[in-house]
Design a protein around this ligand. Structure first.
Ligand code: NAG
Ligand code: NAG
Length: 375
């Protein structure tokens, strides 16, 4: 049994519900067509739920102990001990997780649930994550969304497909890798030679705006856009850049520049589109700040040491079958050197659902879902 949780805790009953749902799928051969809205996911490893399993890349989470607390206790490609952020949003929507776009099971009724196009290692820029070789860059993720829509239209008809897409919830998570796996990957990186950080951030924000405008053109109308967490404080950065446990200053400054400019850009984009609530700015930096500086308040023993890894802060190298693994994943904010535990993901998504405008603006997801259900 995984992270020791009290019997009857919400996490346990959710796990049970997922197992029951998974059994139902096995027994019936297909998931019950969900009345819930569709859900589409784009971005990087924080939201990839298995696309990279199908690719020749080093950015993968398909070996134990990844998935140790997943309902099947098997690795799935999620960069988590258990559920990731999209999974928990799907729970709130009342649906199964949307399948990875590359899954051969993404056909028939499963198309109605939505799809996850994300690929670990990608960024806003095409040159981000080149070291991972074969990953699905964001332009390709958007092309895959188009191909998906053609399949959906073949299944339910053009009008129904268009409606399913326009009523869907969309999540996109990009940007962290443009710092960690590009600008700051190595000293004197090509991008850091080309740009001062003060000029790099507006550049990637302007590229991000084009990506989001394209997503809108492709039919997305409710899009949660996450900023970056405290990328200077993840166990990997503490291990490489910190002797005393304080956050890496360069990456902290980068996140402090990126997040407000992202929020500003989303406000501009909404007003250019003439709808002030297409793009919702989700501030994950706030939650990771709270975890970092006040872990006990959230029931974490540490937000500095990864559960799975090796070396200082368990922050060196990858989480592999040979790594240290903590006994109780629920008291760690970080599962591996970069990615949160399921329990941290639950708190983050809880903030998206019910939080104040400090966490998500212009309004939270429970407000959005209630509004859309009235329409
Ligand atoms: C990234 O690649 C795509 C597709 O190859 C291209 O359309 C896009 O303009 C590129 N982005 C940048 C910033 O070069
Ligand atoms: C967020 O959601 C809750 C409902 O879950 C609502 O009561 C609250 O007013 C919302 N907060 C904001 C700032 O929109």
């Amino acid at each position: 049994m995984a992270a020791s949780m009290d019997a009857g805790s919400p996490a346990v009953s959710t796990t049970t519900a997922l197992v029951v749902a998974a059994l139902a799928v096995l027994l019936l051969g297909a998931p019950t067509a969900s009345a819930a809205r569709a859900f589409f996911v784009f971005g990087d490893s924080l939201v990839d739920n298995g696309n990279n399993n199908y690719l020749m890349t080093t950015a993968r989470a398909d070996a134990p102990p990844y998935g140790i607390d997943y309902p099947t206790h098997l690795p799935t490609g999620r960069f988590s001990n258990g559920l990731n952020i999209p999974d928990i949003i799907s729970e709130y929507l009342g649906s199964e997780p949307a399948l990875p776009y590359l899954s051969p099971n993404l056909r028939g009724e499963n198309l109605l649930v939505g799809a996850n196009f994300a690929s670990a290692g990608v960024g806003i820029l095409n040159d981000t994550g080149v070291q991972f070789v074969n990953i699905i860059r964001i332009a390709q993720q958007l092309q895959n969304f188009q191909a998906y829509q053609q399949k959906l239209a073949a299944y339910v008809g053009e009008d129904a497909a268009r409606q399913r897409v326009s009523q869907a919830l969309v999540l996109i998570t990009l940007g962290g890798n443009d710092f960690v796996n590009n600008y700051y990957l190595v000293p004197f990186s090509a991008r850091s030679q080309q740009f001062e950080i003060h000029d790099y951030v507006p550049y990637i924000i302007s590229e991000y705006k084009k990506i989001l405008a394209r997503l809108y053109e492709l039919g997305a109308r409710r899009v949660v856009v996450t900023g970056t967490g405290m990328i200077g404080c993840v166990p990997a950065e503490l291990a490489m850049h910190s002797l005393d446990g304080s956050c890496a200053p360069d990456l902290t400054r980068a996140a402090d520049l990126f997040n407000p400019q992202l929020e500003q850009m989303l406000t501009e984009l909404n007003s250019e589109l003439g709808h002030d609530d297409v793009f919702l700015a989700a501030n994950t930096n706030r939650a990771s700040f709270d975890f970092m500086f006040n872990p006990q308040q959230y029931g974490f023993v540490t937000a500095k040491i990864a559960c799975c890894g090796q070396g200082p802060y368990n922050g060196i190298g990858l989480c592999t079958p040979a790594s240290n693994v903590c006994a109780n994943r629920d008291v760690y904010a970080y599962w591996d050197a970069f990615h949160p535990t399921e329990r941290a993901n639950r708190i983050i998504v809880g903030n998206f659902m019910h939080g104040s405008t400090d966490h998500i603006s212009p309004m939270n997801l429970s407000t959005v879902l209630a509004m859309d259900n009235r329409n």
